[in-house]
Design a protein around this ligand. Structure first.
Ligand SMILES: Cc1cc2nc3c(=O)[nH]c(=O)nc-3n(C[C@H](O)[C@H](O)[C@H](O)COP(=O)(O)OP(=O)(O)OC[C@H]3O[C@@H](n4cnc5c(N)ncnc54)[C@H](O)[C@@H]3O)c2cc1C
Length: 281
């Protein structure tokens, strides 16, 4: 049970409070933290509400998302453009409006759930995370590296670079009910030169302990002319997904079922991205 609640007014103060009490946790929207049962729930929390981390900036350079920006704000602020539209689609997939009104982008990343709806698109967009370390230094690292680490630093901002004009993404997920967390999700981003794929980033959720990029699949797609035969390129990707992931079994589904879902969703996401890029079938 939460017994002490701290309300710092600067990131440095928040980090200092955690340094003094390493068992305390940052509290953002609380959708994750408040649903923890004792004894897992921390007994001290440090609220991030008063730190001014709720700014969202969309520009031609990209999108800067304060850690405390809610998923509903990100969804409602969407502008025309592949990155903004992709993030809005990801946010719209999350639970329901009540959850999205509270859940924050920083909290979604820090919680790093296997089935996070936001992390795969952010990985595909090459997002970077600005954090304040426990000794008060500000560092910016790739989201992928942040996820690989202990994720104990305070997230300040998420920086999404503007993708190239020829970048197109497909995001597909499967869930039992609209309100439920995704069993599996796949996000595919393709950079096209005409009908040729010159760059690919592919990230999956729900198949491992945390969302992950699968470079083996990316390499199978890069440097191929999608107009040649999109179905045979999807078959190559399908071969790679079977070789490179071992889905986890959890209460949402068994490994075999998740593999079948992942294969189908990968094909769907690739075709979706390629069609947006002007490839015809
Ligand atoms: C009913 C329900 C449905 C849900 N559906 C979905 C869904 O469909 N898709 C999905 O992706 N998620 C879903 N979630 C999960 C959850 O909403 C998200 O993970 C949410 O974005 C967490 O953000 P928060 O602000 O509520 O985090 P909190 O609960 O406040 O914190 C979560 C964790 O992150 C840490 N943290 C928070 N902010 C920071 C920060 N800035 N820096 C460092 N650490 C930080 C906290 O210490 C805590 O450990 C659902 C949750 C619920 C309860």
């Amino acid at each position: 049970m939460i017994q002490s609640f701290h309300s710092p007014s600067t990131p440095a103060e928040a980090v200092g409070l955690i340094r003094e009490n390493p068992k305390a946790r940052y509290l953002a929207g609380g959708t994750e933290l408040n649903s923890m049962a004792s004894p897992v729930q921390p007994d001290a929390v440090v609220s991030l509400n008063g730190l001014g981390l709720d700014k969202l900036t969309l520009s031609s350079e990209g999108i800067e998302i304060g850690a405390m920006v809610t998923l509903e704000t990100l969804l409602k602020s969407a502008e025309k453009g592949e990155a903004s539209e992709l993030l809005a689609q990801a946010c719209s997939n999350v639970g329901n409006r009540n959850i999205r009104n509270m859940a924050t982008v920083g909290g979604n990343i820090a919680a790093c759930k296997s089935c996070s709806d936001l992390i795969p698109p952010l990985l595909v967009l090459g997002a970077r995370v600005e954090t304040m370390t426990c000794d008060g230094n500000i560092v910016t690292i790739d989201l992928e590296d942040f996820l690989a680490g202990p994720r104990t630093d305070l997230i300040l901002r998420i920086i999404v670079p503007a993708p190239a004009g020829s970048f197109h993404a497909g995001l597909c997920r499967y869930t039992r009910t609209a309100n439920d967390l995704a069993l599996v999700s796949v996000c595919a981003g393709l950079e096209m030169e005409g009908t040729r794929c010159i760059g690919a980033t592919i990230a999956l959720g729900g198949v491992a302990a945390k969302p992950l990029r699968v470079r083996e699949i990316e390499n199978a797609v890069i440097d191929r002319d999608m107009a040649d035969n999109i179905d045979s390129i999807c078959s190559l990707a399908d071969q790679k997904i079977m070789e490179s992931i071992i889905p986890i079994t959890d209460h949402r589904g068994g490994a075999d079922y998740k593999m079948t879902l992942a294969r189908n969703l990968l094909r769907e996401a690739l075709i979706h991205a390629a069609l947006k890029g002007g490839v015809s079938r």
